[in-house]
Ligand binder design. Structure first.
Ligand code: BG6
Length: 496
């Protein structure tokens, strides 16, 4: 994440090599890194799976993914890139198969005349992680904590207890600095830009506290529904799927103290401080500060949408939320009393992720009421996707002989700022190859994030929602989410 270097000679093993994540995200990201000349001279991407592929047919399969999902298609450079792609057919559960990995690495070391760095990327269902990690941990090469690392996808655990167990298991096999827990939101350019904006300017920091900020909103909503992931979502729900990880990570970036340096653990310590200061709700506070929703049948963007409970893999009386909103508080000096409203959901009106920083009103009204009829509070809007920009709203005098105030906006637009922004997985894969863990979650951060959501999860699991389904596809979510914020004389901001 800091000044990027070219990674050393590397082998990236992708467990779940023939799966969806590799097809849609990982190989397209690696191909873009290759086109941008970030990949080392000597590297191999080895897909691992049970399916029967030759190197050749595996490359063809990945090329389809690149042509469909990559920001750049597999034109003439593909054949050069594909020479770095191989396939290893093996069963991740079978410890005797792991000799194939050891042999593969040995052969490349001899050929390259240098021992490569080895990254194991576990793009597999969470229940497969413990067995694979166990088998990998037994390989001699994994004792080298500088040259080998393991990347674990989300969900990291199902609750606090299972996350602690997984951490304990991984730490018994690898050193913490070898474990890269991925949260792809941290790789998004606009998310990283929050840190750049906050900590490289003198302008904002003096105002960035309870004295000047009225409240913060974080919205990460989607138009899509389950996309065939009914089985997964029934075990997850919106709170686990989006809040425990992505949204809390954005919140940390907004709320953290200034790191002394960009050293990985320094940034992560400051992030952890925020998670530790987030209020753990009592039962009464859960009822007061959270809202859940589930979509029914309807239409969205002209398409019919099946009710959540009628989706494949979903129970007819499912209590699982497809929408979650909360009002969080950070109990420290900087943020005491400032609400952080967050919301996320599926099958909603727009796909948008943004942060709103709403400033307080000036302490005294200098201008007559008529002049200030259009007055609006200062607001910073950080759009993460699909727009990628930062807007600051302030007041100006309307040109003319009378004194009238109008809101105006200053805009920084990523798209007009030069090169196309890399995808989150490009940044994160390059960091994993370089061994830079700054944008990956440390074990204690993951556990602290679980601690924040556990009271809500427990309460929701114990108390059946009696109003599900309670929002229509194509809407902004349940009415109760509006009530949550309107009660405080505030409203959700939709950036369109
Ligand atoms: C994933 C969730 O982590 O993030 C998905 O499991 C969600 O349910 C996705 O759709 C959203 O990611 P993005 O990058 O499209 O906002």
């Amino acid at each position: 994440m800091s000044a990027k270097n070219h990674p050393p000679a590397s082998i990236l093993f992708i467990f779940g090599g023939s799966g969806d994540l590799n097809h849609r995200k990982l190989t397209p990201a690696l191909f873009n890194l290759f086109l941008d000349e970030w990949m080392p001279e000597q590297f191999i991407i080895a897909g691992i799976g049970r399916s029967d592929y030759s190197d050749e047919s595996f490359r063809d399969h990945l090329l389809e993914g690149v042509n469909k999902f990559s920001r750049r298609k597999g034109e003439e450079k593909w054949s050069e890139f594909s020479q770095h792609v191989a396939y290893l057919q093996m069963d991740g559960d079978k410890s005797s198969d792991y000799v194939k990995i050891a042999d593969f690495v040995k052969e490349k070391s001899e050929k390259w005349e240098t021992p490569p760095h080895v990254v194991f990327y576990l793009a597999v269902a969470p229940q497969l992680v413990p067995a694979i990690a166990n088998n990998l941990g037994k390989l001699d090469m994994c004792a080298d904590k500088h040259k080998t690392r393991i990347v674990v996808e989300k969900p990291f655990g199902h609750d606090l207890k299972s996350a602690q167990e997984l951490n304990t298991q991984l730490r018994s096999l690898f050193a913490e600095e070898q474990i890269f827990r991925i949260d792809h939101y941290l790789g998004k350019e606009t998310v990283q830009n929050i840190l750049a904006m906050r900590f490289s300017n003198a302008l904002f920091e003096p105002l960035w506290n309870r004295n000047y900020i009225d409240h913060v909103q974080i919205t990460a909503i989607e138009t899509v529904g389950l996309e065939g992931r009914g089985g997964y979502f029934e075990q997850s729900g919106a709170l686990r799927d989006m809040v425990q990880n992505h949204i809390l990570q954005i919140l940390c970036m907004i709320a953290m103290e200034a790191p002394v340096s960009f050293e990985a653990n320094e940034v992560r310590n400051k992030n952890l401080d925020v998670l530790n200061a987030l209020r753990r709700f009592s039962k009464e506070e859960v009822a007061e500060n959270t809202v859940r929703g589930q979509y029914g049948k309807g239409t969205n963007k002209g398409k019919d949408v099946t009710a959540y409970r009628d989706e494949k893999g979903v129970a007819k009386d499912s209590n699982v939320e497809t929408y979650a909103a909360a009002r969080f508080f950070i109990d420290n000096w900087r943020w005491q009393g400032v609400p952080f409203y967050v919301r996320t959901g599926k099958s909603l009106k727009e796909k948008e992720t943004h942060v709103i920083i709403q400033f307080k009103t000036p302490p005294h009204n200098t201008f007559p009421t008529e002049a200030a009829a259009n007055w609006r509070p200062n607001r910073m809007t950080i759009s993460i996707q699909p727009s990628m920009d930062i807007r600051i709203r302030f007041q100006v005098k309307r040109p003319g002989q009378t004194m009238n105030l109008d809101p105006a906006e200053m805009l920084f637009d990523y798209n007009s700022a030069g090169d196309h922004a890399p995808e989150a997985y490009e940044t994160l894969l390059l960091d994993a190859l370089e061994g830079d863990p700054t944008l990956f979650m440390r074990g204690d951060q993951v556990e602290a994030a679980w601690e924040v959501v556990m009271p809500i999860l427990t309460y929701w699991e114990k108390h059946q929602a009696d109003d599900f389904p309670n929002y229509e596809p194509g809407s902004w979510g349940p009415d109760k989410a509006d009530e949550l914020i309107n009660r405080d004389d505030r409203e959700w901001v939709n950036v369109l």
